[in-house]
Write a protein that binds this ligand. Sequence first.
Ligand code: GLN
Length: 486
Amino acid sequence: MTDALYSLSISELAPLLARREVSPVEVTERILDRIQEMDGQLNSYLTVDVEGAKAQAKDAEARLGRGEATALTGIPLALKDVLTTKGLRTTCGSKILDNFVPLFDATVCAKLREAGAVFLGKVNMDEFAMGSSTENSAYGPTHNPWNRDYIPGGSSGGSAAAVAADLCAASLGSDTGGSIRQPASHCGVVGLKPTYGRVSRYGLVAYASSLDQIGPLTKEVRDAALLLNCIAGHDPKDSTSVDAAVPDYLEGLGREIKGLKIGVPREYFGPGLDPEVAGAVQAALKTLEGLGAELLEVSLPNTEYGVAVYYVVAVAEASSNLARYDGVKYGVRQEGRNLLEMYAATRTRWFGPEVRRRIMLGTYALSAGYYDAYYRKASQVRALIRGDFDRAFTQCDLLATPVSPTPAFRLGEKMADPLTMYLSDIFTISANLAGIPGISVPCGFSAGGLPIGLQLMGPPFGEAALLQAAYAFEEATEFHRRKPGL
Ligand code: GLN
């Protein structure tokens, strides 16, 4: 029993903790040992907070003793290094923030802390969440636990790898164009991107503010519901967070999905879709049908413009958000002979190549004379994409698609060709452009043993239905039970 403590999900661990059969200190120490033993192979953690985690575990134990526990008390979590943690280094995978120790917790971290969760540390990511493979981290790539020669996906690759490798019970990531769902799919775990506005982004270091959302990466669907219950809700500190009641996301789990209308967008099953992925997703659709869901073909005609629109909007917003890293207020400075030279030296020396590329693309897209041609035009097409989803959701309750056109690719394979890398985000980007929720659940494996994910998307604030359907699918299948042989 104690041996496998590290492998338990939140839902498995919580009752053991509540019955005092295991202590949070014991669980935390066991996982910290495992990180120590195993993470050299994966590079999923950037910072392991041994002392902090042990202190939180002790507090959790006291709390359990007083009978004041929540479902998350004593649960060991890993946080993507883009979420500010008070007193704990937060790098965003960038050398420019190598020495940055935040003075405050992100709202999601504060909520988890209050619920009694334990923070094991901060996990690896593409620099400033720009990437799909975690290879853009300035601290070296994370490896896929299913095969170390492959990428774990990105940008929340550290989160997905740590969950899959049992180096935490669950993790929080962020998703601007797929960064929760795609690595979840490549590592065989569950990843949920909530509706834009569902979760406060206060303390999430901004990449593209009209797209960014925080969400859970977990070992099972129920855990995603548990975490969303804790982190969702209005926050006066984030004006984009929506003031709408938060339902109990656990409630619908276990309810049957008979009669649920699931739309299958034809544009997501065209050429370029890997046959193994297509096969696994088709089989998943059959499973959903077997559970009583009604499948119908729908069309999202503007899908093909998604990547182009995203790579204008996201880089434009990034160029503006990243203007704050100038060597003055945060992070690392490179000296120069005068102020302007210091700015230029700092940004040239300490941003990585992909971040510099995007800042330049974004600055160009926003500059006088080009704004109308690029940013305005992209915003108009974005509205069309949103319209596609509005129309689809008058016909169906949810949409089912692949997450990524291929299983994980080899480390290094796409690094020399940013455009191919960008194109791999085609199925996840639209949900961010439309602001709708999406979840990735394990639905198969390639012949080479790499996980494949099924994506379900829902209308705004439709997380409850998404989780219900994902849970029903998970209950009917075994993919989530398989573990990588590390
Ligand atoms: N891969 C996409 C990008 O590089 C999405 C990243 C994300 O969701 N943060 O921008």
